[in-house]
Design a protein around this ligand. Sequence first.
Ligand SMILES: NC(=O)c1ccc[n+]([C@@H]2O[C@H](COP(=O)([O-])OP(=O)(O)OC[C@H]3O[C@@H](n4cnc5c(N)ncnc54)[C@H](O)[C@@H]3O)[C@@H](O)[C@H]2O)c1
Length: 382
Amino acid sequence: MTDTATTADTVAARDARTGPVGVGVIGAGVISDQYLGNLTKFPDLEVLFVADIDEPRAAAQAEKWGVPGSGSVDELLAHDGVEIVVNLTIPAAHVEVALKAVAAGKHVWGEKPYALDRESGARLLQAAKEAGVRVAVAPDTFLGSGIQTGLRVVRRGDIGTPLTGLTLFQVPGPESWHPSPEFLFAYGAGPMFDVGPYYLTTLVQVFGPVAKVTATSSKARETRVIGSGPKAGTEFPVEVPTHISALLQFENGASAQAVFSFDSKLARAGFVEIAGTEGTAVFPDPNEFEGDTVVHTGGEEPTVVPASGSTFTRGTGVAELAQAIREGRRERVPGELAFHVLDVMVSLAESAERGEGVVVESSLEPTPELPEDWDPSVPTLG
Ligand SMILES: NC(=O)c1ccc[n+]([C@@H]2O[C@H](COP(=O)([O-])OP(=O)(O)OC[C@H]3O[C@@H](n4cnc5c(N)ncnc54)[C@H](O)[C@@H]3O)[C@@H](O)[C@H]2O)c1
């Protein structure tokens, strides 16, 4: 039997499975607690294995969350029960780990950013297509009750036709609280690649694909100092711009302005405002899963639209992906969405470097909203 036939047989056997979907988590760091806390609560998922290059760390997380197996990445990929690999490694390892999972015939849910450059991002999408598996990538925050409610408000016409967006994320920087923040200031990170996906994914859901961008960028300091954990007091280099001012033009003619900054002592984050012909909608923080939407239509009092929908946090998208796999439909957080957002961020970085506008080549279809009563804690897969 040829390798291709073997792979096709494996994929067919896997796609014929029923019941909860087996999950393996790669990367047992800071964010793995939030993921494992949720994934182990979702009845449509069965978390089977935790892996890390630091195997004792993987073992500790597996024990803490009652996951039966732990060990190396290769052991996880050889586990027949694992259908979705949840990739929580550092950004520089995202594509390499995802490509290995795809080659092993696994679907992938990855943390953001999807990739560090367009070429490796496109290679991953292509590899997944050829292997007949899915690659879905965070953020899944927009599946939470907060942004879902904001999207429903806009899509049902409460602010008329959406025309412009305004987003703001400015903080002093994550080195004060993250015990290993070096990767957040290395190539592939910085405020735009780290938190940009939350804001840009939300804007793309409102306005559709971005057609062209312009940006400026700057860096406040060449080094930073770790503020917490065992490495507190250690100085490390800042490799990327830490303030980006962005202008986005969407295919449909709408536009938006966005600031991504680790350079302000005045922390102001979570601002997403959408102005339309009849009103302005103020969304909740796109890095959160909850929060009301406030609609201003020029009267004395704005209207508060309470958030409605799932309030589970990171890992929500993995449950939705599992259901989509079993139901044979498109997932709501497809790799094409993450690739477009990556393309926008790379284009913004290029625009700032070159001092000129950059055309964004990729495109996509915005995701349909979740049913308002969708709840990942309710079993649907038998
Ligand atoms: N920390 C947060 O609050 C947060 C929030 C949202 C998203 N994220 C994203 O989650 C991802 C992980 O962030 P984190 O804060 O947990 O980082 P972390 O450094 O705490 O953990 C990363 C883990 O991945 C492991 N790892 C690295 N390369 C590996 C490889 N090739 N194979 C196997 N394991 C490998 C490391 O040993 C480490 O245990 C990043 O992409 C980050 O952007 C983090």
